[in-house]
Design a protein around this ligand. Structure first.
Ligand code: NDP
Length: 454
């Protein structure tokens, strides 16, 4: 895949970049290893100051940074601005809390001083996707840099300007040379980088196939890995829920980032008593959304990231309908230029169809009917994914059942799943392993060293 910015709204390639050659890559890996030797000795206060300066730059330059993300990804400008703001919040949160999170942990051993000390690992490789080109990176970088590691970023090939902007922000914040470097390389270079002795760990956010390859490479090299993969999150609605609120949140969650987020609600599992009315209101609200130029203020849904993304999504919709699903609205790509797909609703989803077995990465909602809580839990768990999920009910007993029995890394009640610095984030089943953010973030890429002083 070429490393290039191609505007998904117009189809125009605006900039292309040459990938690093072997010599340039070697120079960057050597610089990372050298930078780690000095950076690991910096104090908590020094690192926190650097991150706070990065946060200030992100806030000051939010509009420019957001325009770059919207240009490369097609996400609405408002959502890009919000994403940059979240990165600043994440930097400040980890600047404030990491010293406490990584403080020595004493152990009660009579006659000896025994404790666990967390030490940084070294250069950590982050392989990240395009959908939240800033947040996915800062979600890793803020805790990892606070912990004393250094970062190497391989961002998706369609967002090179975002990748370079992040390196630039961190450099201007004052991080020493080599502490955070962007590697403009294709995915074919990743296995070799993971195998390099100087690289001590890897984190990937992306698709399941990419996760399997990176996880296998990390295992082969005996290195820590974190995988945040896809999802097909359930959104369960029971009769006691406020239906209007549930439908409004269903649309907000499904349409987040033009429908291209791992934690979008994707499968709407609705009690039969209210399913007909839920579907009617869902279709009405999806049809009322404005699809168009993501730079325009009144746009709700911009283009998908690439022509391939439209083709893949449309094939999944076509195959699901061919298998017997009902298409209630949308379902045909919009005329070009640009990669536009309309808000779409499918009901009566057949077993084994793509909407049942696969992740739909775009603005397509699928609705399922459940007879009762047991049936809702069965449908929710009938997926290879287990990232997030939500349930909408005022019944305390049902709330506890959904929390305990839905097999996901995150379960939200009367609120849809979100990612925010103070709350752990990650999946179960084929959605990956490891946790990011909150206390888990800084503790992921560290050596927990046992110290015994007799
Ligand atoms: P990809 O997995 O194709 O790409 C993600 C990153 O991995 C990119 O940097 C890509 O580089 C790289 N990559 C791709 N294949 C390989 C490989 N074989 N070895 C090493 N690196 C590789 O995913 P998309 O960018 O298409 O993102 C969409 C997918 O990611 C969806 O399934 C979505 O659910 C999931 N995702 C998960 C999230 C989570 O937090 N759990 C968040 C966001 C998305 P290149 O661009 O050069 O191919």
């Amino acid at each position: 895949m070429a490393i290039a910015s191609t505007n998904p709204t117009t189809g125009e390639t605006v900039r292309e970049f040459d990938p690093l050659d072997d010599g340039q890559l070697e120079e960057k890996l050597a610089r990372a290893a050298e930078a780690f030797r000095g950076y690991r000795t910096t104090s908590w206060a020094e690192r926190a100051d650097l991150l706070r300066r990065a946060a200030d730059i992100l806030d000051d330059e939010a509009d420019d940074l957001a325009r770059t993300a919207t240009l490369e990804v097609g996400k609405t400008l408002a959502s890009s601005v919000a994403e940059v703001g979240k990165c600043a919040k994440g930097c400040r949160w980890f600047a404030e809390h990491t010293e406490e999170i990584l403080a020595d942990v004493p152990h009660d051993v009579p006659g000896a001083e025994v404790f666990t000390r967390y030490e940084p690992l070294g250069p950590v490789l982050a392989v990240m996707p395009w959908n939240f080109p800033y947040w996915q990176v800062f979600r890793f970088a803020a805790p990892a840099l606070m912990a004393g590691n250094v970062g190497l970023l391989k961002l998706a090939s369609n967002v090179p300007q975002c990748a370079l902007a992040i390196e630039d922000v961190l450099r201007r914040a004052g991080f020493p040379d080599g502490v955070f470097q962007t590697l403009l390389v294709g995915s074919g270079a990743i296995e070799g980088i993971i195998a390099d002795d100087r690289v001590r760990a890897v984190t990937l956010t992306g698709s399941e196939p990419a996760g399997r390859q990176v996880g296998a490479a990390a295992g082969g090299a005996v290195k820590t890995s974190v995988l945040e993969l896809g999802g097909s999150d359930a959104f369960i609605v029971m009769p006691s829920a406020d239906l209007d609120d549930a439908v409004a949140n269903a649309v907000s969650s499904r349409m987040l980032n033009n429908g291209q987020s791992c934690i979008n609600a994707k499968r709407f599992i609705v009690h039969t008593e209210i399913a007909g009315e839920f579907e009617r209101r869902l279709v009405e609200r999806m049809e009322a959304l404005t699809v168009g130029d993501p730079m325009a203020e009144d746009t709700d849904c911009g283009p998908l990231s690439s022509p391939d993304a439209v083709e893949t999504l449309h094939q999944q919709v076509r195959d699901t309908v061919a298998a017997g699903a009902r298409l209630r609205t949308g379902g045909e790509p919009l005329p070009g230029p640009g990669n536009f797909y309309p808000p779409t609703v499918l009901t009566d989803i057949p077993d084994g169809s793509p909407a049942h077995r696969e992740e739909l990465f775009g603005p397509v909602a699928t609705v399922w009917h459940a007879r009762d809580a047991d049936d809702a839990i069965r449908i929710a768990n009938d997926s290879t994914f287990g990232l997030g999920g939500s349930a909408w009910t005022r019944d305390a007993g049902e709330q506890q059942r959904f929390v305990n029995e839905v097999e996901t890394g995150m379960m939200y009640i009367n609120k849809y799943t979100e990612s925010t610095p103070e709350v752990p984030f990650g999946g179960a089943k084929n959605s990956g392993y490891g946790r990011e953010l909150a206390g888990f973030g800084p503790r992921t890429f560290v050596n927990a060293k046992t110290v015994w002083i007799a």
